[in-house]
Ligand binder design. Structure first.
Ligand code: ADP
Ligand code: MG
Ligand code: MG
Length: 895
């Protein structure tokens, strides 16, 4: 028998490494308790208990007993009893899953208040108004969250009271009114549920715990998890914690603080402080908070103590931390900490600074940044001039440049985005219900709230552009427009540009320019602290990585750019683009040729053009390998569209006989399923002279480069091989041409010949194929299509959204390699291929080669290189470096 499950842990029993069991919040509270920070005491109900509840609909039977014991312990420690008539203990019941899901689940404050204890707390604090305000908040929150009453009913009652008193703020309602309001709230509950608000504190507590479990499955929590790839099975822990009060007057308050700026990474203490308020008020952005530094003036010693604790936490976690804190009558309490979310810019700068400060090693600093963050920094920025007067300034809460049509609610954002429109979601402030709209939008703009408002925190977490607290904007969500200080009216559908770096909003679409990071990467020269941090991380990644990074590049321009971005060669040079444009006529001629001579003429005309293409690319990549793939797509792709031709013929007074020929050819070559038809190596074997022409062009180009004193390293790649026989035939032909050219020029070339592995059969017979190949290049796009038996374009347009929603895919297999299926084929092929041919080079040239998760897999699979589009090369270099470290040192990413 294993040890009996333990479902409840006092804060003093837990620690930071127990986040899976206690949730992130619970683990943080336990850790802070352990290292002696002032945390109100409490206990945590584990995620295991939640999992049992979610599975069976019942709490595990032991939970009630353990929770009662823990509560008794808490009461003893506090010297007070939950909900006792005089001087009662009150608690909060707080959700907290393994991964932070800000605002997605429920927290209920002031549990323990009832008709009697409300008087007790009034007496103990000497503040009657405060007591009734807390009670009415509890009834409201409990009624809504636990008992399922429509929250608007409470809001309406509250508004009615404010209207009657002609006051704008809840703050101005007195104790008597709040007591009345509480009675009304209770009546609403009775009317809506047929049940009374429970007066028994123990019942309040157990029902609140269950409500937190239930909140794991709210719509917004599910949406958030799907977007953040958080598993549905984790469940949430529940923290029960003694209440402390930030709303007891001017010497009280609540706030959020960061050990560094989460937007820029700058050193220093940042945050917001709201005097005389409870925690929820800051995050909700309902009142505008003060910058944290104001606390120094209000209460110097408390500020000093807070700064000390922040230092302690940062040293302890060795990373940026954020905290929630509350000051109750001059006494500081810390209510939450975690390694804080940050922007991409801040991630690089903080990792770099922590390394310089000696807090983390170079390896660890590298593990703390990611390719996705680097990519975000490479996106272009707005190019503004002094003439561009912004509509408004706000807080630059999450950087980047976004353009879109203004919308005023989540549903409209979703609707328009689904129709392909880019939108900017504009709200006074956001709530968790706006989440779908925030996901759909390019940017979020609010007129209220600071760097720690819901909009800011969530947008930053998603890497989405956000400007918040643009107070000069009057946002009217009903009339669907906002008005600027100078009277400019912007209506729904109008296009604006949101600059999350500068914190500005502009009317219309601003022009874009390369980002500072993009420029620095291409020139390899740092221009400030951010670019220095980025280049530093990349240099370290380059020094540790085993995987080489090549580019998918078809033109000399792309090759030059890729090389500047750090490509170590070209892993895929497609040749089909070289057959388009003016050359199409020659390709048509080749296809239509009835006799060998006509075809040879067409091919002969293509040869010098193709040679020229290769010469330039080899020059751009001098000294580095260039893998040239022979023609791959079905030939009809080079012919005009069948319908178009038919119409042209039907409408012409005197039909062009060439059109008639073309139409006949198109009809002859029509395939039911071209993806599985005459293409790849099949084409090379079926169309006489085509492959020979391409190989000759490669050989002559390489020879020309050699003669010019260059160092060409061309490689020939045969696509879509399914059996070694195909490769053998193709290879024989290629070698014949290479020998021919060598004889003509007197120059022997060293030109490796390899194959793509993009059919399951090729992967499964890789041992045979490897005997004839110098290299394998996994074409993971086609390999995914052929392994899954689906055509990407068709599937993505039809059932992919459904599959993602139903969880059949967690992520599209075209974005991140399907490790179990497609990845398994890669592993099999690498192993079998190397066993036969130890010198076999292996790489990936599908777009997966630029995807962070896939790169980690390819590292583990032991490939020699990944190849991706030029823009993704820096991120690939970074991830290849990180993969080396996480595989060997298993440093865990704490975020
Ligand atoms: P979230 O995960 O949405 O931040 P929290 O559980 O942290 O939810 O709680 C919401 C707010 O209530 C926070 O501002 C928090 O600081 C405050 N709060 C929670 N527990 C207490 C407590 N025991 N005393 C005072 N304030 C609390
Ligand atoms: Mg919190
Ligand atoms: Mg392919």
């Amino acid at each position: 028998m294993s040890k009996p499950m333990k479902y409840v842990y006092a804060f003093a029993e837990g620690g930071r490494d127990m986040a899976a069991l206690l949730g992130g919040k619970g683990a943080g509270l336990a850790e802070m308790t352990r290292i002696g920070l002032p945390v109100p005491p409490g206990f945590t109900v584990t995620t295991d208990a939640c999992k049992v509840y979610l599975k069976t609909g019942e709490e595990p039977p032991e939970l009630a007993v353990e929770a009662a014991q823990a509560l008794a312990g808490l009461e003893q420690a506090m010297g007070r009893t939950l909900g006792a008539p005089d001087d009662p203990l009150l608690v909060s019941v707080r959700s907290g899953a393994r991964f932070s899901m800000p605002g997605m689940m429920e927290t209920i404050l002031d549990i323990g208040l009832n008709d009697e204890s409300v008087a007790g707390i009034a007496k103990a604090t000497g503040q009657e108004r405060f007591a009734w305000d807390s009670y009415r908040r509890l009834v409201q929150m409990f009624g809504h969250t636990v008992m399922g009453v429509d929250g608007d009913l409470f809001e309406e009652a509250l508004t009615a009271h404010k209207t009657r008193r002609a006051v704008a703020d809840d703050h101005l309602l007195d104790a008597g009114e709040l007591a009345e309001l509480t009675e009304e709230f209770k009546a609403i509950i009775r009317k809506e549920t047929g049940e009374d608000f429970p007066q028994d504190p123990a019942e309040q507590l157990s029902r609140a715990i269950r409500a937190v479990f239930d909140s794991w499955n709210t719509e917004r929590a599910r949406v958030y998890r799907q977007r953040e790839h958080i598993s549905e099975d984790l469940g949430t822990a529940v923290n029960v914690q003694a209440m402390v009060f930030g709303n007891l007057g001017a010497d009280s308050g609540t706030g959020v603080a960061f050990t560094r700026d989460p937007a820029t990474g700058e050193r220093g203490v940042y945050g917001d402080y709201l005097p005389d308020a409870q925690g929820e008020d800051v995050v909700a952005g309902v009142r505008d908070a003060l910058p944290l530094i104001e606390l120094k003036k209000l209460n110097g010693p408390v500020y000093g103590e807070l700064v000390d604790h922040l230092r302690t936490l940062e040293d302890h976690y060795r990373d940026l931390c954020d905290v929630e804190f509350t000051v109750e009558r001059g006494k500081l309490w810390i209510l939450q900490t975690r390694v804080g979310k940050r922007t991409a810019e801040a991630a690089f700068r903080i990792a770099h600074d922590l390394r310089e400060e000696g807090t983390v090693s170079e390896d660890e600093a590298l593990v703390r940044v990611s390719g996705a963050e680097l990519t975000r920094l490479m996106f272009p920025r707005f190019r503004t001039t002094s003439d561009d007067v912004p509509l408004a300034h706000g807080v630059p809460a999450s950087p980047g440049a976004a353009v879109g049509a203004v919308v005023f609610d989540s549903a409209e954002a979703v609707r328009r985005a689904a129709a392909g429109e880019q939108v900017v979601l504009v709200r006074r402030e956001t709530t968790p219900d706006d989440l779908p709209g925030m996901i759909a939008a390019q940017a979020v703009l609010t007129s209220r709230g600071g760097k720690t408002s819901h909009a800011a925190v969530v947008a930053r977490g998603m890497g989405k552009v956000c400007v918040c607290g643009a107070e000069a904007l009057a946002v009217d969500t009903v009339a669907r427009r906002f008005t600027t200080e100078t009277g400019t009216v912007v209506n729904e559908g109008d296009v604006v540009s949101v600059d999350g770096t500068a914190g500005t909003v502009h009317l219309g679409e601003l022009p874009l320019t390369a980002s500072e990071v993009g420029r620095a990467l291409e020139t390899a020269a740092a221009a400030g602290p951010l670019t220095e941090a980025v280049l530093g991380a990349l240099a370290h990644a380059d020094s540790v990585r085993r995987l080489q990074v090549r580019a998918n590049a078809d033109t000399p321009e792309d090759a030059v750019r890729a090389r500047a971005l750090g490509a170590q060669g070209i892993g895929l040079c497609r040749t089909e683009h070289m057959f388009l444009g003016e050359r199409r006529a020659l390709v048509e001629a080749m296809i239509l040729a009835r006799e060998d001579t006509a075809r040879e003429e067409a091919l002969a005309a293509l040869l010098p053009l193709q040679r020229e293409d290769f010469t330039k690319i080899l020059e751009a990549m001098d000294g580095l390998p260039v893998t040239i793939r022979l023609l791959d797509p079905p030939l009809h792709e080079f012919l005009p569209d069948r319908m178009e031709l038919a119409v042209r013929l039907a409408e012409a007074a005197e039909p062009d006989p060439r059109d008639r020929e073309l139409l006949a050819a198109v009809e002859r070559m029509h395939e039911q399923n071209p993806m599985l038809g005459l293409r790849g190596v099949r084409l090379g074997l079926a169309v006489p002279g085509l492959m020979a022409m391409q190989v000759r062009a490669v050989a002559e180009a390489a020879t020309a480069r050699l003669r010019a004193g260059g160092d060409p390293k061309a490689e020939i790649m045969i696509p879509l091989v399914g059996t070694v026989e195909e490769l053998r035939l193709a290879r024989t032909e290629a070698e014949r041409v290479l020998a021919e050219v060598a004889a003509e020029t007197g120059t022997e070339l060293d030109c490796p010949i390899g194959t793509m592995i993009e059919l399951p059969r090729a992967a499964l017979t890789a041992g045979k194929i490897a005997g004839t190949a110098d290299f394998f290049s996994f074409g993971t796009n086609d390999l995914t299509q052929t392994t899954w038996g689906l055509s990407r374009d068709d599937a993505e347009a039809s059932f992919f959204p459904l599959y993602l929603e139903k969880g059949v895919f967690e992520v599209s297999p075209f974005e991140t390699i399907d490790q179990e299926g497609v990845g398994r084929l890669v592993e099999i092929a690498v192993e079998a291929g190397r066993a036969v041919n130890p010198r076999l080079q292996t790489g990936v040239c599908g777009e997966h080669g630029g995807d962070p998760d896939s790169i980690h897999f390819f590292h583990r699979a032991g490939l020699d290189y990944v190849s991706c589009s030029p823009f993704r090369i820096p991120a690939a270099r970074l991830e290849a470096g990180r993969a080396t470290l996480t595989e060997t040192t298993r440093t865990s990413d704490t975020r």
